[in-house]
Design a protein around this ligand. Structure first.
Ligand SMILES: *Cc1c(COP(=O)(O)O)cnc(C)c1O
Length: 376
């Protein structure tokens, strides 16, 4: 057996599973009536660790999931032995048998895809993607015959119909009207199929921002991803208000503390130079752990002993430096916080994303697999 070093030895992620339970309850209380949660747990449950997150979701009564890859689906089967698992990503021909073996559903994106799946000869559950304007995956509503053709394969069982919105987070008039066009296109396909007697299965369209901003939509499933984890992607401005709690914190240990004089530089490329004698703490976390390198020189902060302090100089692969001159006693082994709370201070994942020019989904899914996930 391989020895495993202690989890809080360097840098780590803390996961608050009770916050997840709280978020599930909060989402359920505000979701449209009769709609069930299809929990989106792709990319290792947005970096939170698939196994433990799924286990808690199952305990909370969630039994429908969305993942991006077949590997995620197979892994999730261990924690959700009976739930419905929809694989959004296209599966290789040699792996179609695994969809069947693990009872995973596949998203079908067009007529050719359905034909290819059917030819593999396995009995499969599928959901049909309708491209109402996102122009990513799915069938054009105007190709109704092609959509209809998917119902003709005896070994493909259609369990659902979905679409995805391009701008559900926006309050721009143009974007709102675009989303309404997408909604209309989707329900037109739905009615046409129903008129012809097809069982379309479960309808689903809303990811987090559509749950926030288009709560009036009547769907069987909602598809929250980022909101389950208690953070906004970017905008805090939403039509329905939720009371979500962040599930994840990111922390690390200090490796060394040193004093530098006036005019001395810190880290690569010397983008930071001290204007006073400064106490510098070098911390065991870097961009290889998923701390965005773009935070360098941007005014980003970390928390040390409940106090916010600046990150100084370029963030390195495995290390970064803080100016801790104004903090009392600091020594190697002290814990610092990059995302989360310490004392009265908090750094939200939204803050880290904004300063890095991206969204929280990107920050969270970018957290490295080498970080231990600790469940508290
Ligand atoms: C990722 C994804 C979601 C979840 O999106 P969030 O914005 O994180 O809620 C929902 N549906 C589909 C098809 C997705 O790919």
């Amino acid at each position: 057996m391989v020895d495993s070093p202690i989890e809080r030895g360097r840098a780590w992620i803390e996961i608050d599973l009770d916050a997840l339970s709280h978020n599930i309850a909060d989402i359920r209380s505000k979701a449209p009536r009769d709609s069930e949660i299809m929990a989106i747990v792709k990319a290792n449950a947005y970096g939170h660790g698939l196994d433990k997150i799924a286990e808690r979701m199952v305990q909370e009564g969630i039994n429908t999931f969305g993942v991006a890859t077949i590997n995620e689906g197979i892994q999730l089967r261990q924690s959700a032995p009976t739930g419905d698992i929809l694989v959004f990503g296209r599966v290789h021909i040699d792996d179609v048998k695994l969809l069947s073996k693990y009872r995973l559903s596949q998203l079908v994106v067009d007529g050719a895809h359905a034909k290819f799946l059917s030819k593999c000869g396995h009995q499969l559950d599928v959901h049909i993607a309708i491209d109402t304007g996102m122009h990513r995956l799915g069938l054009d509503p105007s190709n109704f015959d092609e959509i209809e053709s998917i119902f003709s394969y005896s070994n493909l069982s259609v369990k659902g119909l979905l679409t995805h919105f391009a701008s559900a987070d926006s309050f721009d008039d143009d974007d709102i009207s675009f989303t309404h066009t997408q909604i209309k296109r989707f329900y037109t396909v739905v009615s046409k199929l129903k008129e012809k007697g097809y069982d379309v299965g479960k309808l689903h369209a809303q990811s987090s921002y559509a749950i926030y901003n288009y709560p009036e939509l009547k769907c069987d499933y909602i598809r929250p991803g980022i909101m389950l984890y208690g953070v906004h992607s970017q905008s805090d401005d939403t039509k329905i208000t939720t009371n979500l709690r962040p599930v994840l914190s990111l922390r690390a240990n200090i490796a060394q503390v040193k004093w530098i004089g006036i005019g001395e530089s810190v880290s690569y490329s010397r983008i930071y130079t001290s204007d006073k004698p400064s106490k510098i703490a070098t911390v065991c976390i870097g961009y290889a752990d998923g701390v965005p390198r773009q935070m360098s020189g941007s005014g980003a902060v970390a928390i040390v002993k409940g106090q916010k302090v600046p990150i100084v100089g370029r963030i390195c692969m495995d290390l970064l430096m803080l100016d801790v001159t104004d903090v009392g006693h600091v020594e190697a082994g002290d814990v610092i916080t990059i995302i989360g709370k310490d004392g009265d201070s908090e750094i939200r994942c939204e803050d880290v994303a904004a300063i890095s020019g991206t969204i929280t989904n990107d920050v969270l899914t970018g957290l490295a697999s080498r970080l231990p996930r600790i469940y508290v």
